[in-house]
Design a protein around this ligand. Structure first.
Ligand code: PFF
Length: 445
């Protein structure tokens, strides 16, 4: 492994939480829930996080700390002369594609951030907020420049080694984001007509139940926890021996569910109270949030602060996506980190251009019934991540020796009773469930 190492116990957990918490919980969860029946989506998202994605997170931590290498060499070390390292190769490719469209949304945040400083985002009508978003994402020059700036910010941190920046800043930014989110939820919930949004989020409407919805909820659980990509394997490889892996995974998963629910409690009450539509799509948060801030005293300032925090949460996830690719290609040769970061970052920016333009000039390009942006998201979240997760669970369950797995997990653990339950979940439940959902949603069952 290279010279990368978390400098404190808190460093690892902050970085893992930083990777997990980002656009997935705050932007994607509300819009996916809003287009897939609200409560049903939330229900399955939580269920899959607890039963499948959470256990996979523990699996990735275990593999990473044991193998102590990048996504590919970790598997080579644990299972020499086998095909298993393909997991790391798939993960690295998936990370490239995710970052290519993630950076587009990162760019949208920058666009909003600039507008929040000029006051352009306050006092608009509900229709005007929608029109503003549409005009921003359809403007090729603006989206590309913003995406480029977002990528440069990501590269600038990763090329210097991620532990320096992330650890210090996350300590303050994350709690601040949480507090602001709670204030927003309270405001949104006190709007007249807010209860309809609460019902939408919590009272299941089973008419939305389908294989496709389950696959989308499963993909969301993986996406939001950053699992299936080997990102968490890479992060755990920078870890020393006395970290409690089970507890770290539990904290990250719990925080992630909490932020997703909070995002729902900010967005949906406001959607119904202020007359928006829940199935707005990728623009939901960008259209509804400024309207909620509008209802708040000093809303303009709060919106600015919120966007800074959201940008930060988005960047810490983007760092992890770039980091896995850089780590895989530099293979521990730290002197190559700088040039590789810039080169890889540039390639990912280029790959992201069609996604960035797919809301404007490339509007008419449809792949498999989806826009380029949606296709990149679907391909990774709903095929790449479940596939990666499936292979990781099989690797732990059927390739690694149970004693070795448990020995790694026991380091730093305060209790061991849960490990058998976890092992069952990873060896049987996760692969079986992923397979069934795959087959069902592609009508093969
Ligand atoms: N978990 C991040 C989010 O929810 O925004 C996105 C992500 C990061 C997905 C890293 C996958 C990954 F490997």
């Amino acid at each position: 492994m290279g010279s990368q190492q978390w400098s404190s116990k808190l460093g690892f957990i902050l970085a893992a939480a930083g990777s997990a918490i980002g656009l997935g919980a705050i932007w994607k969860f509300p819009y996916m829930a809003g287009t897939n029946g609200g409560s049903i989506f939330l229900l399955f998202f939580i269920l899959f996080t607890v039963l499948i994605a959470g256990p996979i997170l523990i699996a990735e931590f275990t593999i990473g700390r044991k193998g102590k290498g990048d996504a590919v060499s970790t598997f080579k070390k644990i299972a020499p002369s086998t095909a298993w390292p393909v997991i790391g190769i798939i993960g690295t490719l998936v990370a490239v594609i995710i970052l290519s469209f993630y950076s587009v949304v990162g760019g949208w945040i920058l666009s909003y951030l600039v507008r929040s400083m000029t006051g352009e985002l306050s006092g608009l009508s509900q229709a005007e907020y929608g029109a503003l978003f549409e005009s921003i994402i359809a403007n090729p020059a603006e989206v590309l420049i913003a995406q480029l700036i977002f990528m440069v910010m990501t590269i600038a941190v990763v090329q210097g080694g991620i532990q320096n920046g992330i650890e210090r800043a996350s300590k303050y930014m994350m709690p601040a984001l949480l507090i602001l989110f709670i204030i927003l939820a309270v405001r949104s919930l006190s709007l007249e007509g807010a209860m309809e949004g609460v019902r939408y989020l919590f009272i299941p409407d089973w008419s939305y139940f389908s294989g496709e919805t389950m696959l989308l909820a499963l993909g969301q659980a993986f996406f939001a926890l950053s699992v299936g990509v080997s990102v968490m394997i890479t992060y755990a490889s920078y870890l020393n021996e006395n970290e409690n892996l089970g507890q770290s995974a539990l904290s990250v998963a719990a925080l992630n569910i909490l932020i997703s629910i909070l995002a729902g409690l900010v967005i949906f009450p406001a959607v119904f109270a202020l007359g928006f539509e829940p199935n707005e799509g990728a623009g939901l948060v960008f259209v509804v949030l400024p309207a909620v801030f509008n209802e708040l005293a000093f809303g303009g300032i709060f919106l600015f602060v919120f966007l800074v925090l959201l940008l930060f949460a988005t960047l810490t996830s983007a760092f992890s996506l770039l980091e896995i690719v850089v780590a895989t290609l530099t293979k521990g040769r730290e002197e190559k980190r700088k040039p590789y970061s810039w080169m890889i970052g540039a390639v990912i920016f280029l790959i992201g251009i069609p996604s960035a333009l797919s809301f404007g000039v490339l509007n008419d390009v449809i792949i498999g019934g989806r826009s380029i942006f949606d296709f990149a998201d679907y391909l990774t979240s709903n095929i790449g991540l479940p596939l990666g997760a499936l292979l990781i669970s099989l690797f732990i369950g059927f390739k690694m020796k149970k004693e070795d797995v448990f020995q790694e997990l026991e380091k730093g653990a305060s209790s061991t009773g849960w490990m058998n339950v976890w092992y069952f979940a990873i060896k049987f439940l996760a692969p079986f469930a992923i397979l069934i959902i795959f087959l069902e949603s592609f009508n093969l069952l």
